[in-house]
Every structure is written in structure tokens, then in C-alpha cells.
Design a protein around this ligand. Structure first.
Ligand SMILES: CC(C)(COP(=O)(O)OP(=O)(O)OC[C@H]1O[C@@H](n2cnc3c(N)ncnc32)[C@H](O)[C@@H]1OP(=O)(O)O)[C@@H](O)C(=O)NCCC(=O)NCCS
Length: 220
């Protein structure tokens, strides 16, 4: 199987419908809601040079695109999707690396962030140098958070005044990364081990906060 991962362009708009269907299907299977993307939205990303597509002999295999928030202060690499038959072979990692490269090139001063419940995505992000953060470090742009409205856990986000939810927030800060010396830059496995430690320590803290929020809501 030879899958190529390339910057998307006008030449790929024929795949837009299939991409939105794959995203909707994946969200259904995972039981989460997603910000609904229309084929036109995907086409705009492709034509604007803000997307990466994976193709297997011309057939769609995976996709991801860039969104900007807070007047380009923040960039998110959104809508990551790999078709089921191509999963677990490193394709998402290649797509994320390519879209990260594109984001750094187009928006070198922007912070790159994401929120996710996917362990695969957390692993890929930590390898790219993202760090786990509280939601307070992420964009305040209302349009971004409106995207969470279709998620079945949205009530948790509102109950906690947008301070936490089931997703983990992760951010790549170019300013901090640029300040690091070569020896301070960690290897992929060091970053991943550090992230795992963070996840374990956060789990109990988060469970307590969610229990508290649950108790409070049952009192209303
Ligand atoms: C999440 C998704 C993009 C991963 O794609 P993929 O091509 O299978 O991922 P990769 O093969 O590149 O795997 C990257 C890493 O995550 C791990 N991984 C992959 N799927 C995993 C899973 N379901 N659970 C835990 N780890 C997983 C891989 O083992 C790999 O780790 P390694 O580098 O140590 O080997 C794909 O499953 C998908 O499209 N899911 C539906 C949509 C979705 O959830 N998008 C993310 C929204 S935030």
C-alpha cells in the first residue's frame, strides 16, 4: 500500500463530500458530537492551501485542516480523519506532521492547539512538542467553543464555566520552543513519557472536579 500525504489544493475538491461523510460517521461511532463541516467548508480549506490529504492511488484515505482563532494568535489542526482500513499504520501521524509543518510555515508566530479525548492524537501531539494545558491557556474565541455545542458532553463544559471537560487541551507554543537550546529539546519518547505522567496525575484531580460539578447540578 503506497499512501501519499500531500498539501491539498483545488485538485482535491472532488473528495470533499466523502471527507465530510467519513468525519460524521467517525463521530457517530465514537459517540461524540463534532462541529459540523459541510463539503463547501472543506473545499474552501483545500483551495485556500489550509489542508492536508492522504491518497492511496488517488483514493481518499485521510485528511486534516487548519483553522485560525483570535486574529491568528491561535491555530488549530482540526478534523483529523483516517478511514478505518488505513488505521494503526502511522497514517494519522504522517498527516499531523504535514499539517503541523504547514501551520508553522503559514503562521510561524501562532500557538498551535487542540482539544481531544483521543489517545492516538494525544500521543502524536506530544511527539510534535505540544504540552498539556488547562482550558484557560486556549483561545477565548467564542466561535471555537461554539463547536463544542454538538458534543454530548457539552453540559460538563458549561457547568464548569469552560474550565474543564473530558477533552485534554494541548498547545505548542513557538516562543517557548524557540527559547530552548538543542539539548533541552526532548526526544519523542521523553515527551510521551512526560505526557503519560501528566495524564495519570490529572485523572484523579479531574474526577474530583467532575464529581463536584455533578453534585452541584443535582442540587439545582
Ligand atoms: C484517531 C485516528 C486519526 C488515528 O489514526 P491512525 O492512522 O490509526 O493513527 P496512527 O497509526 O498514526 O497512530 C498514532 C499513534 O497512536 C496510537 N493509536 C492509534 N490508534 C489508537 C487507539 N485507538 N487507541 C490508542 N492508541 C492508538 C498508535 O499505536 C500510534 O502510536 P505509536 O506511534 O506508539 O505506534 C483514527 O483512528 C481516526 O480517524 N479516528 C476517528 C476520528 C478521530 O477520532 N479523530 C480525532 C479527533 S481529535
Amino acid at each position: 500500500m503506497s499512501v501519499e500525504v500531500i498539501f491539498a489544493s483545488e485538485a482535491h475538491v472532488v473528495h470533499a463530500q466523502e471527507i465530510t461523510e467519513a468525519m460524521a460517521q467517525a463521530a457517530k461511532e465514537r459517540g461524540t458530537g463534532i462541529a459540523k463541516r459541510t463539503p463547501d467548508y472543506i473545499k474552501n480549506k483545500m483551495c485556500g492551501g489550509k489542508a492536508v490529504i492522504a491518497l492511496n492511488n488517488g483514493k481518499f484515505a485521510g485528511f486534516c485542516y487548519i483553522e485560525t482563532w483570535d486574529h491568528e494568535k491561535y491555530v488549530a489542526n482540526s478534523g483529523l480523519i483516517v478511514l478505518p482500513e488505513y488505521r494503526k499504520s502511522g497514517l494519522a501521524k504522517k498527516i499531523k506532521e504535514k499539517v503541523f509543518e504547514l501551520s508553522r510555515k503559514k503562521y510561524p508566530d501562532s500557538k498551535i492547539f487542540g482539544i481531544t479525548t483521543s489517545l492516538a492524537v494525544m500521543k502524536i501531539n506530544s511527539g510534535l512538542g505540544y504540552k498539556p494545558v488547562t482550558f484557560s491557556e486556549l483561545t477565548r474565541d467564542e466561535t471555537f467553543w461554539k463547536g463544542c455545542q454538538s458534543c454530548k458532553n457539552y453540559d460538563i463544559l458549561t457547568r464548569t464555566n469552560r474550565t474543564l471537560c473530558l477533552c485534554t487541551g494541548m498547545i505548542y507554543d513557538p516562543e517557548k520552543e524557540n527559547k530552548k537550546t538543542k539539548t533541552e529539546r526532548k526526544s519523542f519518547s521523553d515527551r510521551w513519557n512526560q505526557f503519560k505522567e501528566f495524564l495519570f496525575s490529572r485523572k484523579s484531580k479531574k474526577e474530583k472536579l467532575l464529581d463536584k460539578a455533578k453534585q452541584e447540578s443535582s442540587l439545582i
